[in-house]
Design a protein. Sequence first.
Length: 318
Amino acid sequence: MERRALGLTGGTVGTIGLGTATWGRGTDLDEARAQVSLLVEAGGNLVDLAASSWLSGFACEALSDAGLRREAFISVRLPASGSQRDLLSDLDQGLTALGMEHADLWTVEGWDPHLPWTELVSALAIGVATGRARYVGICPSAPWQSALVGAGLAMHPDRPPLAAITTPYSLLDSATAEEVAQVSQAVGAGLLAAWPLAGGVLTGKYRHATPPDSRGAGERHAARMHHYRSPWSRPVVDGLCAAAEGLGSTPGALALAWVRDRPGVAAALVGARTVHQWRAALAGADVPMPTEIRQALDEVADEAARVGHDGDTGSGSA
């Protein structure tokens, strides 16, 4: 698997990162450990831990193998809160729960209107200066927030750069993702593409029915899944499936390849409930994307965005 620089930093991540939203929610401990092992064996390293993962202690157990922990690049993603003190306290609590001395990447998710943006910038800088985090990132609610934080860090030479911006990025998120991509290029941050498979919609598994054990059958992501499965998305899925059939590949592999090759993308975060699903994602890490196929997918995604994309944003991985 290819490794890419995380923005303007010296940190590097594999092009496929492991999302952990299903850990403890359908993915048991043995499977979680196996997922991390398979990631490292494939040449990857990025593991994205949301707050829900480490609060239960599940992630701490899954990463208890010291060898895997050394090989992995751990992103700890925590929600925005109302003060610098709260942000740093939440980070301290998260690291303690994980049994970690530091996060490789500390990502602040969302935007608290009660938190002055200058305090957010200061907290991120303090996180690195005190050794709590090696690098810092943001998972914004709107593209301008990334621009503000990235510029705020860049204005002071003694502060770290914004290393990463996490945002939904897929063939069904192209409109909003392109806005964030422009910001990432301006501030020198790498893009971490969340939901690159649109909750599994871009694998084609929802074309004719809803698998009973899938995200589409649950309530946790009901609004997002309803959005991805609306009529406007059908031409994109059909086009992707046709391209995959012609190339002897799979829709999921081509969907990941499309995201991988977008400007500024460092890694795509894939959440896999089972080891089987994770193996399939890793197998597609180096699948080539012919230029003519990419252009055709670009066109169908742009048309779908004009017809029905409402610009919804969020986080996670799928």
